[in-house]
Design a protein around this ligand. Sequence first.
Ligand code: DGP
Length: 114
Amino acid sequence: MDDCIFCKIASHEVPSNIVYEDEYAVAFNDLNPQTPVHVLVVPKKHIASIAAAQAEDEQLLGHLLLTVQRVAKALGVEESGYRVITNCGKDACQSVQHLHLHILGGKPMQERMG
Ligand code: DGP
């Protein structure tokens, strides 16, 4: 998508600190980290949010979760634990309209959200 910052990062049009990449997904450090480890896992295909995903994206969505697992392991938070979040829509404060999974870790977090 032309005007999407995460599409531009995924295509290397805009530089970012990419920690993992394969044919379908890319993972890079969040610009505004909330925890010592804060990485975004993003599909290369433009999907606006989890709400916009289609049946044809089923395999890709599974791939994104396995990418989260792989990246978390590579970043050394597999044992200590991590949180995976995807914000969807206005009430969740989604600010970038391209599906992304936050991986948050590297410190103990509060039990509850919201
Ligand atoms: P949200 O849409 O609220 O789930 O979060 C979007 C996240 O994306 C936010 O934590 C900041 C991050 N972000 C926004 N623009 C950029 C960017 O240009 N580069 C990087 N690395 N992160 C970005």
